[in-house]
Write a protein that binds this ligand. Structure first.
Ligand code: NAD
Ligand code: TDX
Length: 331
């Protein structure tokens, strides 16, 4: 199989490429990545001799057409992915997430190529803290932020291209990922690397917001299950029953890093901040036999802390610019 992985130099894409090289050695991987502030070719250094790397934009129609013509399956991870950035400047989100997805869909339509679309649980909006419901594939879309609105738009394009043009596509909507190679702008790496630098963790608002955490390896194993066995036209929700309040996560990071559990600061809230996400992954489990294989959140978080401690050379170059952006937002 010749596989085109967009966004393969970002957090989840990098882990996907590493997992693919390890567990699917017959697959020929080509990465297409624009190397924005969020992409880092150094993340692919351990597998550099096993893959091809192309620096370029998913909205570049000629380049995308050439690459799609030369592959059997496209997995589309590339996106602008950070909610806070989308509030400060939404345009790159529309361009990459909507126009970029459109560009790929037109190419896979022309070439009859299998396409898997990576998306997020945020397309469904949020849940009350005490709501017994979780997100299911039947739930109507109700995105809150420019980021989630552009991801929802891209999902709807995929659905329309399946129905109107017979494109051979599947979609997955996953909950919050954690693990190695995640950019230090995101919640968990930001707090770990702040603490390495002697800075107290920062919780938005009161810290009551809930996210449904899944290890990135489990997300990517689910993506492979869908590539291998998913039904064309279907949407699969990916989650590992990992609901935690932000406050609980910060307290656990503090404990695992040997600090008092209350040594954090509350900072101003994110505008429009979604309260709670929770995924019902029954369809993925029942239909495709997927199960999370990564040990519990505590062990996964401890391993992630250790990875950031050991890999300061990887995250250090991004840290100051990231914190300067947050300082401007007062967060
Ligand atoms: P990331 O920001 O770490 O990586 C994004 C990658 O895409 C980077 O390497 C960047 O250089 C590349 N990119 C950006 N614009 C591009 C363009 N125009 N052309 C080519 N490449 C471009 O993001 P991530 O956290 O790895 O997320 C990957 C995908 O998974 C996204 O589609 C995101 O919506 C989705 N997702 C993320 C999470 C999460 O918790 N991080 C959860 C569910 C779904
Ligand atoms: O310093 C912080 N303090 C804080 O309390 C940061 C950076 C975040 N937060 C809160 C906001 C959220 O409630 O932590 C939670 C997680 O924040 P993010 O890491 O920014 O993730 P989130 O907004 O939940 O979106 C993530 O999950 C879904 C990814 O960034 C998206 O790409 C994915 O689609």
């Amino acid at each position: 199989m010749r596989l085109l992985v967009t966004g393969g130099a970002g957090f989840i894409g990098t882990n996907f490429v590493h997992q693919t090289v390890r567990e699917h050695p017959d697959v020929k991987v080509t990465v297409l990545d624009a190397l924005t502030y969020a992409g880092d070719q150094a993340s692919l250094a351990p597998v550099a001799d096993r893959i091809s790397f192309v620096q370029g934009d998913v909205a570049d129609a000629d380049l995308v057409d050439r690459l799609v013509a030369d592959c059997d399956v496209v997995v589309h991870f590339a996106a602008e992915s950070h909610n806070d950035n989308s509030l400060a400047n939404p345009w790159p989100f529309v361009q990459t997430n909507v126009v970029g997805t459109f560009t790929l869909l037109e190419a896979v339509r022309r070439h009859g190529t299998r396409y898997h679309h990576i998306s997020t649980d945020e397309v469904y909006g949020d849940l009350e803290l005490d709501d017994p419901a979780k997100f299911t594939p039947q739930r109507p879309y109700n995105p809150s932020s420019p980021y989630s609105a552009t991801k929802a738009s891209s999902d709807l394009l995929v659905r329309a291209w399946v129905r109107s043009f017979g494109v051979q596509a599947t979609i997955s909507n996953c909950s919050n990922n954690y693990g190695p190679y995640q950019h230090v702008e995101k919640f968990i790496p930001r707090q770990i690397t702040n603490m390495v630098d002697g800075v107290r963790p920062k919780l938005y608002g009161t810290g009551q917001n809930v996210r449904d955490w899944i290890h990135v390896e489990d997300h990517n194993a689910a993506v492979w299950a869908i590539i291998d066995r998913g039904r064309i036209g279907e949407t699969y929700l990916i989650g590992a029953d990992g609901e935690q309040s932000n406050k609980d996560v910060v307290e656990l990071i503090l404990e695992l890093m040997g600090e008092p559990r209350d040594a954090y600061d509350l900072v101003s809230d994110r505008p429009g901040h979604d309260l709670r996400y929770a995924i019902d992954s029954t369809k993925l489990r029942d239909e495709l036999g997927w199960q999370p294989r990564f040990p519990g959140f505590r062990d996964g978080l401890a391993a992630t802390i250790e990875w950031y401690r050991q890999n300061a050379a990887w995250w250090r170059p991004q840290k100051d610019a990231t914190e300067a952006k947050y300082a401007q937002l007062g967060r």
